[in-house]
Design a protein around this ligand. Structure first.
Ligand code: OFO
Length: 168
């Protein structure tokens, strides 16, 4: 495997793992604040990111590359509000999208069309997750300081999960 691409894919393993841990910390925060619906949403997101990490890791192995299981930074664990929580969700997704774009760019430079093709799944996934994060943040901004609105948001988010992703 091209070593430039191999390094980028290993970096991506780290970013997906980091997102998984970040969402786990966010789920725990929501749980302690009594937002059970929000907590479930982030437990699920955390699990999805873990699957994204594993999918990459298996791909690197299948292509004869060397997987580097990364050490991770401690995730942000405290948030001032639900808006701050979802703001972090959106910025985390935007960051991951930017990193995926770098992989795609380099695949084209290196003419690695196989990895380019594989990464399209992640492009589609990011599109969906960023849209979810933006929609939820928009809803919270509409709610503003209305605490009964938070109650309804927490209740309704159970039915508003990003489409279940199936991994081949
Ligand atoms: Fe891995 O899907 Fe978002 O970050």
């Amino acid at each position: 495997m091209n070593t430039i691409i191999e390094d980028l894919l290993n970096n991506q393993v780290k970013y997906e793992a980091q997102a998984s841990m970040q969402y786990l910390a966010m789920a725990a925060w929501a749980d302690t604040k009594g937002y059970g619906g929000v907590a479930n949403f982030f437990y699920k997101q955390s699990e999805e990111e873990r699957q994204h990490m594993t999918k990459l890791l298996k791909f690197i192995n299948e292509r004869g590359g060397k997987v580097v299981v990364p050490s991770l930074e401690k995730p942000t664990a405290d948030f001032d509000s639900l808006i701050a929580l979802f703001d972090k969700f959106l910025s985390s997704e935007i960051f991951v999208t930017e990193q995926i774009n770098k992989v795609i760019f380099e695949c084209l430079q290196q003419k690695d069309y196989n990895v380019h093709n594989f990464m399209q799944w992640y492009v589609a996934e990011q599109l969906e997750e960023e849209a979810t994060a933006r929609t939820l943040l928009d809803k919270l901004n509409i709610i503003g300081d209305n605490t009964s609105g938070y109650y309804l948001f927490d209740r309704d988010i159970e039915g508003f999960t990003a489409e279940e992703t199936t991994l081949e």
